[in-house]
Design a protein around this ligand. Structure first.
Ligand code: XMP
Length: 512
């Protein structure tokens, strides 16, 4: 068993960021609900415990509290934000409620370095987000640092190895926060830092085997990073008990179905079912112009097709999904049992309840770059791991207005040229997303001596870190000129190319 740090989750949106920072320090971490039984905690034989932050106030009647026995286990404990206040109160100190919330950047004045601030300067810019603060430390503690609004912004009890931080060392805006956490891990808990993604892979495989037993699992494969890594991982764990279903909805990019097939043949040699149902989707979408209606039809038809494929397979118990942590980050509730509620939030892609499938989400603790690393460990190709996101409704939301075979063909060919050129010029990986949009506009042109009256292709390329906000990418003029020339010359049915220079907000990345 690797050296383990347990993070008790009190509902902070940063809990998994703490876990991630621990993994980055090559230490194994396990996030447990705040009210985990002492026996469950002991079972993991942790070398340290971190109490996360949380939105509750220690004064609230229903405020989440850990089993007080954790303070008697004889292992180091670090409380962060709400975790500090909780520890202060439970060990006999005093917390005061303040009407002045300390939120955002502040200066931490370090008066005593102790173990946590070893090797750090005496002033640090840190990120705060709290209303209550500690007014009196419990016996045995001494102060390490202050901020403008809190006299006890960092405290330690050297004898018992209990520590508290009012700020969030885990967030990027906290200067040297990572070092503070590392000091806790290595200098206090004695972590060796010898854990890595390979260990994650092995323990995930074991966990999947335990959970699934002899049952069968289905996974809806999109060909993107998340579902491909999830498929490879689950396949390594349970082999033929996994069946992947890839729905070709007729709204895929050029050669996409073949790429998924090749990925499977070369890297995930398990059962892959390809459902070629493009004509059904296109039939239902015929004449539909409204973007929301299109999305709904595509979503509903997908579920129908998926359901039908599953029903042919006999008894299935689990639905696997490549859900990542950022997909669930917004669902952490105030109070209650965060871990339990995170699960109930999760939609099962709208699958009918009678299917009674249990969810298997082996990537739900990871961030995108960690998933890519995991994929690398399993030998998946970079072309899959570094792929741009592609929306579920596919080209259905990239042909503006109603769809037709001809429009889709034009869009596919143009898009292929754009992406091909981005790769050739080593620009693809600098972008969050790049694609073409088919505009239902015809314009006059001239080719050779002939007048043309054809369609418009719009190029869309954006930079972003999370798709919540995005900026249009400043691609080189020469590059754009070349792409435009190639599309107009090579794609029959397109005679004009435009470049979208709208940011998000107010625009969105996709057009529909
Ligand atoms: P927007 O257009 O809202 O897109 O700025 C933000 C990100 O989400 C992707 N997107 C989707 N992904 N199903 C998906 O799986 C969808 O229905 C969907 N719609 C948009 C989009 O490509 C971008 O990365």
């Amino acid at each position: 068993m690797p050296q383990t740090i347990i993070v008790l989750d009190f509902g902070s949106q940063y809990t998994q960021v703490i876990a991630r920072r621990i993994r980055e320090a090559n230490v194994f971490s396990s996030v447990l609900p705040y009210n985990s039984k002492l026996s469950e905690i002991r079972k993991q034989n942790p070398v340290g415990i971190i109490l996360s932050g949380g939105p509750a106030s220690v004064f609230a009647k229903s405020s989440p509290k850990p089993n007080p026995g954790i303070f008697k286990l004889g292992i180091p404990i670090l409380g962060i934000c709400y975790g500090l206040q909780l520890m202060g109160k439970m060990l006999g100190g005093e917390v005061k409620s303040s009407d002045r919330r300390e939120y955002g950047r502040g200066t931490l004045n370090i008066t005593r370095k102790g173990t946590l601030f070893n090797g750090l300067p005496s002033k640090l810019a840190v990120w705060n987000s709290h209303g209550d603060s500690l007014a009196k430390m419990p016996t045995g503690f001494r102060v390490l640092a202050k901020t403008e609004n809190s006299s006890f912004a960092a405290i330690e009890d050297e004898k018992r190895n209990f520590f508290g931080l009012q700020f969030h060392p885990e967030v990027e805006h906290s200067e040297k926060g990572v070092i503070v956490l590392k000091n806790f891990l290595t200098r206090v808990c004695g972590c060796k830092g010898d854990w890595d993604m390979g260990d994650f892979l092995n323990s995930s495989i074991q966990k999947i085997r335990e959970v699934v037993g002899k049952e069968r699992v289905i996974l809806g494969l999109s060909g993107g990073v998340d579902s491909s890594v999830a498929a490879a991982l689950i396949h390594q764990a349970i082999g033929e008990q996994l069946t992947c279903i890839f729905v070709d909805n007729g709204l895929l990019r050029l050669n996409e179905r073949d790429q998924v097939k090749t990925l499977f043949e070369n890297h995930i040699p398990g059962k892959l079912l390809i459902s070629k149902t493009g004509s059904l989707f296109l039939k239902r979408l015929k004449g539909v112009k409204d973007p929301e209606k299109k999305r709904k039809i595509i979503g509903k038809t997908f579920i129908e097709v998926f359901d039908l494929e599953v029903s042919k397979l006999g008894k299935i118990d689990f639905l696997a999904q490549g859900t990542l942590y950022p997909d669930v980050i917004e669902s952490v509730p105030v109070g209650g049992n965060p871990a339990a509620l995170i699960k109930s939030h999760h939609n099962v892609g709208g699958l009918p309840k009678r299917m009674k499938l249990r969810l298997l989400e082996p990537l739900r603790e990871l961030f995108k770059d960690e998933v890519r690393n995991l994929g690398r460990k399993m030998g998946l190709p970079e072309s899959v791991l570094l792929r741009h996101p592609f929306p579920g409704p596919g080209l259905g939301v990239r042909v503006v207005g109603d769809l037709s075979h001809t429009k889709l063909k034009i869009l596919r060919e143009a898009d292929h040229i754009f992406i091909d050129e981005l790769f050739k010029h080593k620009l693809y990986h600098r972008l969050w997303q790049a694609f073409c949009v088919f505009l239902p506009v015809r314009s006059v042109g001239v080719m050779g001596d002939e007048r043309t009256y054809e369609n418009v292709i719009c190029l869309r390329a954006v930079t972003s870190s999370d798709a919540m906000t995005a900026d249009w990418a400043q691609l080189p003029d020469k590059f754009l000129r070349n792409v435009s020339n190639r599309i107009i010359n090579e794609v029959k049915g397109a005679n004009r190319v435009v470049y979208d220079i709208s940011s998000k907000p107010p625009g969105t990345i996709e057009w529909e």
